[in-house]
Each structure stands twice: as C-alpha cells, then as structure tokens.
Design a protein around this ligand. Structure first.
Ligand code: NAD
Ligand code: 4TP
Length: 333
C-alpha cells in the first residue's frame, strides 16, 4: 500500500531583514505533518538558523511526494537574494526577490505544485521603494495574480474579522465603501464561512463606519446611504446579517455570542481587538482566492530580527490552519 503524501505547503520568508526567515526555521523544527517547501534563498535560511542556534537540514525540493518529514528538515525552492540581508535593515534591492517568491508560491498553488501557501511578513515600505510600483500587501498581490475578488480575514480561535477595506489611507476609506464592493465582500465572506469554516448558515455582524453607527445620520450618512441598503438586499437573499452595529460595543462578550464573524469597515477598526487579545494565536487568511493562503498576524518586527527571540506562534498557527483547510478541501473533493 502507498503511504499518503504529506500536504505540500509553500512557505515564503517575506522580508529578508525581518523575522520571517528565523520563524521559518522555527516552523521547520516542529513535528507538524506537512511537507514545508521554503520559497526563499538557501543562504538566507542557513544564516537565520545559525543566528537562532537551531540545527536545520535544507534539502532542494525535487517535487517528489513525501510520506513523512523529520522535524528540523526543510525542502527549499531556492530563489536568490539580490543583496545579503542585514537583520533589522531592509534593503529595497531585495524587493524584486520577495516579489518573485510570492509569484512562485501563487503560481505553484494554481498549477497544483503546492497545496497551500503560508506567508511570513514583508516590509511594505521596502517593497514600494524597491519596486517603483505601488505594492499594498500580499492580499492585493495574490488577488491581482489570480484575478480574484478577495477579502482579508484575521481569525483567532475565538474571533473572526473580515475587512471591507484593507491597506489604504484612512482619508480614502469612506469613498472606498461602495454598495457594489460591500455586496461582493459579504457574498465572499458568507460563502467562505460555509466552505472553509463549516458554518451551515453563517451569521455576520457588520460594523458601521461612524461613531455609534452614524447616530441616525447625525454622525455620518454612510450607514443610511450605503450599508443599510446592502444589508437589506442581501437579507432578502437569505444571508444572516446583523447591523450595522456600533464598533465600540460589537466585540463585548454578550454580542459575540450572536455572530460567527464580523465585517469591519477598515483595518484599524477591528484588528487591534484581535491583536491585543490573541497576538500569538491569530492567523491572517485571504478569502476568495482559488488557493489556500494563510499568514501571520504580525509584521517584520525589525527590532527583533536576527535575535532569535521572535515568537513563532502565529506562523505555526497559520501553518496549522493551512493544513486544516487543505484537509477539508480534499474531503470535499
Ligand atoms: N503579513 C505581513 O506581511 C505583515 C503583517 C503586518 C505588518 N506587516 C508589515 O511589517 C512592517 C512592520 O510593521 P509594524 O511595526 O506595524 O508591526 P510589527 O508587527 O512588525 O511590530 C509591532 C510590535 O510587535 C512586536 N512583534 C511583532 N511580531 C512579533 C513576534 N513574532 N514575536 C514577538 N514580538 C513581535 C514587534 O517587536 C513590535 O514591537 C510594516 O512594513 C508592515 O506593513 C506585514
Ligand atoms: N493587515 C495585515 C495585518 O495587519 O496583519 C497585514 O498588513 C498583512 O497584510 P497582507 O497579508 O496583505 O500582506
């Protein structure tokens, strides 16, 4: 009888000067039942392992199925750096390298070479400086690469939060909340809560944009003009939607019992709630992609890079979630 092959998870190292490379080494040291393929520079990983004092065996990935992986071993798809990393000091010359790792991981997922991608954090400022084009984040890059409508969700075991808008200046948020965009976002969140998380009839709490959800129009009209009409139209289709709720009280325990996920209007409306209560357990995932993508809930932590002190918990949680989602997809066929 053939042994069952382990899921092939592409793991990108993110910003070479950040904590990503050392977190990959810490991930590989776990006994998780996955064939991790680091899409990264081999020398970068060797140096990261040396800095954390962790033994690692790097093996060039030949695409062969693997029935078991020994902790401390890691397959590598070598993508060369442009310049050797200096921990804590991102070098924009490496931005194209980082972009190539993301493209390889996304294309590999879409062609079936990988079962999922797990990403370590990148430095958005360095990507913008080095590429000379606007680069907002992994979420937007993977959406464009796969020509998909996507939604950013951060999920801890206790709370799931999706975002109506992602990486844009606060001043641009109100204009970015449109009936069309909200409708597409809510349809994706609803479908993915069912398909990825197994909720037969997901309940989604939608936050208002303004204080007190607009106070009947006295503190802003986005709720009346845009959010409420979208909710009413989608309720008529059978979606279970609450709100628009005032954001300041939407996360208190009594409210949480009434929903399976929250849709927040902008990045910092809800992510501080998650990150302050579950920084080590939260996973960032992209809904709506034709492949599974999970990530850490933190950034490059340049102040810790190279010290070996960065906490790998969120990357490990992201890998676990990618494995669970791959298994669920395999069961659904
Ligand atoms: N998934 C991603 O690619 C991702 C996510 C968030 C932020 N970022 C980017 O990271 C860069 C830095 O962002 P920032 O400074 O706002 O946030 P950050 O998460 O890098 O750092 C904020 C604080 O949290 C600490 N921290 C972060 N990760 C940690 C870990 N694993 N263990 C222990 N402590 C940790 C840092 O030391 C710092 O004190 C920015 O360019 C941002 O855009 C990328
Ligand atoms: N919004 C994310 C967070 O705060 O954790 C983060 O910036 C990462 O985004 P991407 O996965 O799109 O890079």
């Amino acid at each position: 009888m053939n042994a069952v092959a382990l899921p092939r998870l592409a793991v990108t190292a993110g910003e070479p000067a950040g904590v990503g490379p050392e977190l990959l080494i810490r991930l590989a040291a776990t006994p998780l039942a996955a064939n991790f393929i680091a899409v990264a520079d081999r020398g970068l990983l060797e140096r990261a392992a040396a800095r954390c004092g962790t033994a690692i065996e790097l093996i060039d990935d030949d695409g062969a199925p693997l029935a078991a992986r020994a902790a401390g071993t890691l397959r590598v798809r070598h993508i060369p750096l442009a310049a050797e990393e200096q921990p804590g000091r991102p070098d924009p010359r490496n931005a194209a390298h980082v972009l190539t790792t993301l493209a390889e991981a996304a294309d590999g997922c879409m062609s079936g070479r990988y079962d999922a991608v797990v990403t370590a954090p990148l430095q958005k400022s360095s990507m913008n400086d080095g590429l000379g084009i606007r680069f907002s984040g992994h979420t937007e890059f993977f959406a464009e690469r796969s020509r998909s409508d996507v939604v950013m969700m951060l999920a801890s075991p206790e709370l799931r939060v999706a975002l109506a808008t992602t990486h844009l200046p606060l001043a641009a948020v109100p204009a970015a909340i449109t009936a069309d965009g909200l409708t597409r976002t809510l349809r994706i969140v609803h479908a993915e809560l069912r398909d990825k998380f197994g909720f037969a009839a997901p309940r989604i709490a939608v936050l208002g944009l303004n204080p007190h959800a607009g106070e009947s129009g006295h503190l802003g009209r986005e709720e009346i003009d845009t959010i409420v009409p979208v909710l009413e139209a989608l309720r008529a289709e059978g979606l279970h939607l609450l709100g628009p709720l005032p954001a300041d009280t939407a996360f208190v325990p009594a409210q949480r019992a009434g929903y399976d996920a929250v849709l927040a209007m902008y990045h910092d409306q809800a992510l501080p709630v998650l990150k302050s209560e579950a920084f080590d357990r939260t996973v960032n995932l992209t809904l709506g992609l034709p492949f599974i993508r999970t990530s850490v809930d933190h950034g490059t932590a340049l102040d810790l890079a190279g010290s070996g002190r960065a906490d790998p918990s969120s990357l490990i949680a992201a890998a676990r979630m990618a494995l669970e989602l791959s298994a669920r997809r395999a069961t659904r066929g």
